[in-house]
Design a protein around this ligand. Structure first.
Ligand code: PLP
Length: 356
């Protein structure tokens, strides 16, 4: 069966060499005679996979020893609750509202503490990253940001610098862009965009932030307890962690995040340059803040948008429909999307524009 170019925002395309390796190892991993899915999470063979995965992530992101790495349940959304429950020492926290997920994180946190939105671009349908100048509070337990806004196709070009620990939802650009981990107190990301299969969340937590969890924090959401237990208070998502480890091995083989970031920039530039010179398509995000992971664009006519999505699907370019709150199209071009896929999309857009 032929594979398509899958522009899905998440769960998203995985690197083909990874899928092939999973296929080879599916029935019997190494010399164990069993699938990774069938192994005890406490067995030495599985612990080797777990430790290898953690080591690869540390290598890719240059994570120092004073940060814990966790592989948890519940995707990114579960952490919208675990963040205030683990960090809400004084009961006040700040949020920059740059998209639906950023907003959702603040709404969930409000159940547990005074969640203050210090900047928002909501009134402009999140077409840019809002300005926080002079509005960061020194008394906040943390400042929450979303580094890449998956739905609206924007990303931060400059991180806020406040006194509160920076907590970042990096679900849609982790491992796709270089970040200095030491600038953050917490980094977390649902796996299904740029890490591996869905149903798992990667967390990177500065160790000196551990140990302040609220007494009502559920055991599984307690980061200090999860750190002590290597994410295995209960059975973790063993298979997703294994596949994520293979994706990380693949990325290391390409030269790591530094190398893929350059490729990602080239992919995004190819697409944005075409859009900027097109008479039919326009980009929806403000130029300065354009994401290199999610490229949002419209024709300005709903029927034409739908016709293009259908036209592209006929060429094996699938999942290009934009989120309902933006409309139009969204091309998610995470690490696993090759340059050839983006070129094929540009070619299809050219062809469609000529006949439109
Ligand atoms: C996809 C996404 C989420 C939600 O992730 P789940 O794993 O489904 O909970 C949260 N934040 C951002 C930025 C996302 O892109």
């Amino acid at each position: 069966m032929d594979r398509v170019y899958n522009f899905s925002p998440g769960p998203s395309a995985l690197p083909l060499p990874v899928l092939e390796k999973v296929q080879t190892e599916l029935l019997a991993y190494g010399n164990t005679g069993m699938s990774v899915m069938e192994m005890s999470h406490r067995s030495n063979m599985y612990l080797d996979i777990y430790h290898e995965t953690e080591a690869r992530l540390r290598q890719l992101m240059h994570i120092p020893d004073d940060y814990a790495v966790l592989f948890l349940h519940g995707g990114a959304t579960m952490q919208f609750a675990s963040i205030p429950l683990n960090l809400g020492k004084t009961g006040k926290a700040d949020f920059i509202d740059s998209g639906n997920f950023a907003h959702g994180a603040a709404v969930e946190a409000k159940k547990y503490l005074d969640a203050r939105i210090v900047a928002s671009s909501r009134d402009d349908n999140y077409t840019y990253i809002p300005c926080w100048d002079g509005k960061l509070n020194d008394d906040a337990d943390f400042l929450h940001i979303t580094t890449n806004n998956t739905i609206y196709g924007t990303h931060y070009v400059k991180l806020p610098e406040g006194n509160a620990p920076l907590v970042a939802d990096m679900s849609s650009n982790i491992l796709g862009e270089v970040y200095d981990v030491t600038k953050f107190g917490v980094i977390y990301a649902g796996a299904q965009k740029n890490i591996g299969p869905a149903g798992m969340c990667v967390m990177v937590v500065k160790k000196d932030l551990l140990g302040n969890a609220s007494p009502i924090c559920p055991k599984l959401l307690n980061w200090a307890a999860q750190t002590e237990n290597e994410s295995m208070i209960n059975t973790p998502n063993t298979f997703a962690i294994y596949v994520a480890g293979l994706c990380m091995e693949w990325l290391l083989g390409l030269g790591g995040v530094e190398a893929i970031e350059k490729i990602n920039q080239q992919k995004a530039a190819l697409l944005y340059d075409f859009i900027d010179n097109s008479k039919l398509f326009t980009a929806t995000a403000q130029k300065e803040y354009r994401s290199i992971m999610n490229v949002t664009f419209v024709t300005g006519d709903k029927d034409k948008d739908a016709a293009f999505v259908k036209f592209a699907a006929g060429k094996g370019l699938v999942n290009l429909k934009g989120h309902r709150s933006v409309g139009g199209m969204r091309a998610s071009i995470y690490n696993a999307m090759p340059m050839e896929g983006v070129q094929a999309l540009v070619d299809a857009m050219k062809e469609f524009e000529m006949q439109a």
